[in-house]
Write a protein that binds this ligand. Structure first.
Ligand code: AMP
Ligand code: GLY
Length: 417
């Protein structure tokens, strides 16, 4: 099969790396890809939001399957456009991607189908939103309704802060039209967990669990980022919690999809907050997570192409998913200053010096002549498997001093809880 992966992060590198293991693959393309991906796939210079160009390339190159990594092209309807041309694509159509594209839509869906989540209100008028702040306890959370590159969620410790957040999102349009509507919700306490699921339209089948570290610095200090490290399996999950999630979240979400005629196929990534063996949904994403994918796919023993095709055909079963018992840890090496301002174009050295059992997934990197240079905030995801979490973590951290780029920044406490 000829496959095109859309995206340019460490998530897409991990997807390409896993697809490459399948005997069904004849040719792998990635648009636009990065320096690491270019070692295993042919990179095509098309950005992820150039939907028409992606479709044209897929038609011209007779692509058999397009795998869409990021949310932007999914929400914009890339899968619908490919399907119209008779091209198979892995990822939800626009109506499914709305679960990520609109937080108010997701919250209304959760409420309607009794899926545990934070209490909330939706506003399209900033004065009304500010007037209603008294109704919420402090801290509270203000969220831009649409896509805001992971920055549209503001946790407010005071009502004054909430007022500023509402003004900046709704009146000053900090996130453009994504902030025409806001969701205000109660702040939930607990431990976060990421549950990625394969969905084939009729079944929601969880992958192995993961724990993401969202804050920039050690001890969960600093700003929220896209994720600074991750491990799998997530030790917080146990039989009782799994049963709770199946009954109250997965089954009800599926029932809701079926009741509303939503033909969701692809990955549903459920962001959870867990307390006392019970879980509430923070959000739905409609794609693989980053860096979750970098720890989940290395543990997948089954053929990823088979799984993706079964999702599209609507006949995936739990028996199709087989997992390594080993633990997996990934550590993100970021550009100094991330997630705020950072420089690009720093030469990366030492990538070939790491131990054989280390997998380096590239995020923001590109080739500059024969050098690999930084090209984004999250640069590399350095990954290892181990019999125990500690073993996997030690393997990763032991190799970090071998890798260098100017102002490299990373957490030292990933997988240490
Ligand atoms: P979201 O994009 O909705 O997942 O929000 C991004 C991050 O904000 C989450 O991963 C949480 O860390 C935090 N967050 C979002 N909603 C809440 C909430 N209701 N209570 C506590 N933290 C939240
Ligand atoms: N790691 C969180 C995300 O992919 O949204």
């Amino acid at each position: 099969m000829k496959i095109l992966v859309v995206g340019s992060g460490a998530r897409e590198h991990a997807i390409c790396w896993k697809l490459k293991q399948s005997s069904k693959l004849s040719k792998l393309y990635c648009a636009p890809g990065n320096a690491g991906i270019s070692q295993i796939a042919e990179c095509i210079e098309i950005k992820v939001d150039k939907l028409k160009e992606i479709v044209e390339f897929s038609v011209d190159s007779k692509i058999d399957l397009v795998v869409v990594g990021p949310e932007v092209p999914l929400v914009a309807g890339l899968v619908d456009m490919l399907n119209e041309k008779g091209i198979k694509a892995f990822g939800p159509v626009k109506s499914g991607a709305k679960f990520e594209g609109s937080k108010s839509y997701s919250k209304d869906f959760m409420k309607k189908h009794s899926i545990p989540s934070a209490r909330y209100e939706v506003y399209t008028d900033s004065e009304k939103a500010i007037g209603d702040l008294e109704k919420f306890n402090i801290p509270l959370v203000v969220k831009a309704d649409g896509l805001a590159a992971g920055k549209g969620v503001i946790i407010c410790e005071t009502r004054k802060e909430a007022e500023e957040a509402i003004k900046s999102i709704m009146d000053k349009k900090q996130f453009g039209d994504a902030g025409n509507t806001v969701v205000i919700e109660e702040f939930l306490r607990g431990t976060e967990a990421s549950l990625l699921c394969f969905v084939d339209g009729k079944n929601i089948i969880p992958m192995e669990s993961a724990r993401d570290y969202k804050k920039a610095y050690d001890g969960d200090k600093g700003l929220n980022t896209g994720g600074m490290g991750c491990f799998s399996p997530n030790t917080i999950f146990n039989v009782e919690l799994n049963q709770y999630i199946k009954k109250n979240i997965l089954d009800r979400t599926l029932k809701g999809f079926l009741a509303e005629g939503i033909n969701f196929k692809g990955v549903l990534f459920i962001g959870l907050i867990i307390k006392n063996n019970q879980a509430k949904v923070l959000e739905y994403n409609t794609r693989f997570g980053d860096p979750e994918t970098e720890v989940v796919l290395p543990r997948l023993k089954s053929d990823l192409i088979d799984i993706m095709l079964k999702c599209i055909e609507g006949n995936l079963s739990e028996d199709d998913l087989h997992w390594e018992d080993d633990n997996c840890v990934t550590l993100v090496l970021a550009s100094g200053g991330y997630p705020e301002n950072y420089e690009k174009g720093k030469e990366i050295t030492g990538l070939n010096k790491v131990d054989d059992d280390i997998i380096i997934f590239h995020g923001g990197t590109k080739l500059y002549g024969n050098k690999t240079v930084t090209d984004g905030g999250r640069v590399l995801a350095v990954t290892a498997m181990g019999n125990t979490l500690e073993e996997a973590r030690n393997k990763v951290y032991k190799n970090i001093p071998k890798i260098y780029f100017e102002k490299m920044q990373y957490r030292t406490d990933i997988a240490k809880f």
